[in-house]
Design a binder for this molecule. Structure first.
Ligand code: NAG
Ligand code: NAG
Ligand code: NAG
Ligand code: NAG
Length: 358
């Protein structure tokens, strides 16, 4: 009986040890470590990223960066008790999942980055726990589903480009009212819901380019009165409601290039002011582009070309078969077809058009 008891004891001790140090996330993970007032060095993390880690040699750690390691799952409580930690980054670590309770007791973290991984979903409040995060970078993942980014009162920049997000819902940002910049370009966004930015009245920089948005409905950008930069290029927008923006909104730089617009509603032009405006790469009817030009003259706005589209053969506008003097505010299939006919088969010109035309 004795040997069995010995084995049991060993098993028990192992189980106890692995429970006490229950973090399996970072087995032999190389990390760049920056202690307070000291140089960066590289060491191996073997358990959690926490104060007691051997790699930290009892030092006060400010920054940790992990690059090109194999870390498919980030488990619960695996990054914790680093009271001076300011930033933590994971780049190209093949991460597929982050437990929503990964972070604990990190009272000074202002920047978190998980870039170039393979994360597919973000659970509610994952980055909100005991942390004053200001910059959250989730660029270049495989994110399809986001529950929310709630309760991050210090969050200023959310970078989540090149993922697979199809909708921003109204509850994403409850209690995250400091947000100033969102980059959600190169995703799969379809129609934006009304008031989707209702909690983020300080938002000034919005990049929604390279998505699948087909219309901007009433009240999409309600509350936002002063936008510095709104990029909607390379979507498939054919309709914009005259009241998509709040009355008298100022949008310093508005880019609607490479969409599917035949006209810009008069109500919209009466409603907003811009400093620069881009409309290149749309099948605009010629009499409708004229009203845009007049609008810009009136408000002293400047028409700027679409970046990367220097080919002078790109049509400025298309004449419909039936010429009318007024810009008719309806979707005009014929103009779309004519436009498509001009750019069809020309790779350079196609790059300046909505992927609807491809
Ligand atoms: C990314 O994760 C998905 C599952 O969400 C998997 O099917 C795919 O193979 C992964 N891709 C890479 C490059 O690891
Ligand atoms: C927002 O914050 C308030 C005050 O802290 C809290 O009572 C409320 O539950 C929070 N809302 C959500 C949806 O978390
Ligand atoms: C988006 O709007 C377009 C145009 O009204 C409509 O055809 C399409 O079904 C809408 N898509 C979604 C996902 O609601
Ligand atoms: C517009 O043109 C496309 C392609 O020729 C056609 O399939 C579609 O039915 C047309 N729509 C209307 C409203 O005429």
């Amino acid at each position: 009986m004795k040997p069995t008891r010995g084995i049991l004891t060993i098993l028990f001790v192992c189980a106890y040890l692995s429970f006490a140090n229950c973090c399996h996330t970072f087995k032999n993970t190389e990390a760049e470590i920056k202690p307070q007032n000291e140089q960066v060095y590289t060491d191996k993390i073997t358990g959690c990223i926490e104060r007691a880690n051997d790699a930290f040699q009892g030092k006060t750690i400010e920054h940790v960066a992990v690059k090109q390691q194999m870390l498919p799952h980030i488990f619960r409580d695996s990054i914790r008790h680093l009271v001076k930690l300011k930033s933590i980054r994971f780049e190209k670590c093949e991460i597929e999942s982050i437990h929503p309770y990964t972070f604990r007791n990190l009272p000074r973290v202002v920047e978190i980055a998980f870039t170039g991984n393979n994360i597919s979903e973000i659970k509610a409040e994952t980055f909100a726990r005991d942390m004053p995060v200001q910059i959250l970078n989730l660029n270049d993942n495989n994110i399809k589903s986001v529950e929310n980014f709630q309760n991050m009162p210090k969050l200023k920049r959310l970078l989540i480009k090149n993922n697979k997000i199809s909708a921003i819902t109204n509850n994403w940002f409850i209690n995250s009212t400091s947000l100033q910049e969102i980059d959600i370009s190169h995703n799969k966004l379809e129609n934006l819901t009304a008031n989707c930015f209702q909690y983020t009245k300080n938002l000034v920089k919005i990049d929604l380019s390279y998505n699948d948005i087909s219309k901007l409905s009433k009240n999409t950008f309600d509350i936002l009165k002063n936008i510095d930069f709104l990029n909607l290029r390379n979507n498939r927008i054919s309709q914009i409601d005259g009241n998509a923006f709040v009355n008298n909104a100022v949008i310093n730089h508005l880019n609607l290039g490479a969409n599917k617009l035949n006209y810009l509603p008069t109500a919209l032009m009466d409603n907003i002011k811009v400093k620069t405006f881009t409309i290149t790469g749309n099948p605009m009817r010629c009499n409708c582009i004229e009203s845009v030009t007049k609008w810009l003259e009136r408000i002293e706005g400047v028409m700027v070309p679409l970046q990367g589209c220097t080919d002078s053969r790109l049509p400025y506008c298309v004449f419909p078969k039936i010429l009318s003097l007024e810009c008719e505010e309806n979707i005009d299939n014929e103009s779309v077809q004519r436009y498509m006919g001009i750019i069809k088969g020309n790779k350079e010109l196609l790059a300046c058009a909505s992927d609807f035309f491809y």
